[in-house]
Design a protein around this ligand. Structure first.
Ligand code: TXA
Ligand code: MG
Length: 316
């Protein structure tokens, strides 16, 4: 198994693996990423092969800072405002790609735009600093599976496909980054995520809308059935059947489930976000015939949590 604690030595080894065209799984504050040198089409192709991912799905490029981001994309005032407020951190900005920026076309799926993120996790930052190359990285799971928030999840999904899996402990946020496009006249939300919509609106000083699923600008990777456990998921459950597992939230959890996991007994949405994907994985392995999910308030981070749960519940 290539799982190694994220020491300085491992980071140096991982940086070498990236420079040699290899794949490195690394922790970020959102979820674990599966990284490759974004300038090398051959290396990036390995990501798609590992994930068994449809090739039209463009990847986020991780960079150490705003200055590096601006060498790859054209940032206007609102993009800079967002970067200043949220980087390093769990926000991805989609902006017009600079021609000849050196990023492999496979990363952007041939689009004229590029998704950029400056991660806040110290291990991700150390890797970027050491490797000195832009890192293309989707979540380190097989396509259609639940995103990994622990190194063990990556190992369970990808085995020894990555050259290194760096273990930096459980991810602090537990939800993927929020994706905002600054390509059009006004910024658009392409994916709900770890930065709540209200925080983005507060920084911009105006409301921001979520791009419609079929809008031409919409995030091409937003496949409907995305965060799917093998076990069927039943939403807004206020009671459980005896053969069901329960994903609870708050104090009023009904009794009688095969297994119950509470996302946050005190009803804290931040805590719930952190635990969501690991809890879905655990309940998926419980042998229950379905996962019943209690209602989650649709405010703040609850909006992104409910988005992931709806996708998990989509019939296959
Ligand atoms: O938190 C995260 O964002 C994690 C960590 C590893 O950074 N990464 C992640 O990557 O979630 P991925 O590949 O699973 O999701 C990338 C999202 C997809 O929804 C994709 O469609 C969108 O970003 N995206 C990437 N490039 C885009 C572009 N040029 N235009 C529109 N959407 C884009
Ligand atoms: Mg993903």
């Amino acid at each position: 198994m290539p799982v190694l604690p994220a020491t300085d030595e491992t980071i140096a080894h991982a940086a070498e693996a990236l420079a040699a065209g290899g794949l490195v799984a690394f922790p970020t504050e959102t979820v674990y990423g599966l990284g490759a040198d974004a300038r090398e089409a051959k290396a990036v192709a390995k990501i798609f092969a590992a994930k068994e991912r449809p090739q039209f799905n463009p990847l986020i490029v991780h960079v150490p800072d705003l200055a590096t981001a601006e060498t790859l994309a054209a940032f206007g005032d609102e993009a800079r405002t967002l970067a200043a407020a949220f980087w390093p951190g769990p926000l991805t900005i989609v902006a017009p790609k600079r021609p000849h920026c050196g990023i492999a076309d496979l990363v952007t799926a041939g689009l004229g735009t590029i998704a950029l993120r400056v991660p806040g996790h110290p291990v991700a930052r150390a890797l970027l600093e050491r490797a000195r190359l832009p890192i293309a990285a989707p979540s380190a799971n097989r396509s259609g599976r639940i995103s990994p928030t622990e190194a063990a999840h990556v190992a369970a999904d990808l085995g020894d496909i990555p050259d290194v899996i760096m273990d930096g402990g459980p991810c602090e946020r537990g939800l993927e980054s929020t994706v905002v496009s600054v390509v059009g006249d006004t910024p658009m939300l392409l994916r709900l995520g770890a930065v709540p919509r209200s925080e983005i609106e507060a920084v911009l000083g105006h409301p921001i809308v979520l791009a419609a699923k079929d809008a031409p600008i919409a995030s091409p990777g937003q496949l409907e059935r995305h965060y799917a456990p093998q076990t069927p998921v039943r939403l807004n459950a206020t009671r459980v059947e005896p053969d069901e597992a329960l994903l609870a939230f708050g104090t009023n959890a009904p009794n009688g489930a095969v297994t119950t996991l509470n996302l946050s007994a005190k009803g804290d949405l931040t805590e719930a976000a952190t635990r969501l994907f690991a809890a879905l994985r655990t309940l998926d392995e419980s042998g229950a015939c379905a996962i019943a999910v209690m209602p989650i308030p649709d405010e703040g981070l609850g909006e992104a949590i409910n988005d992931r749960l709806r996708r998990a519940a989509k019939a296959r």
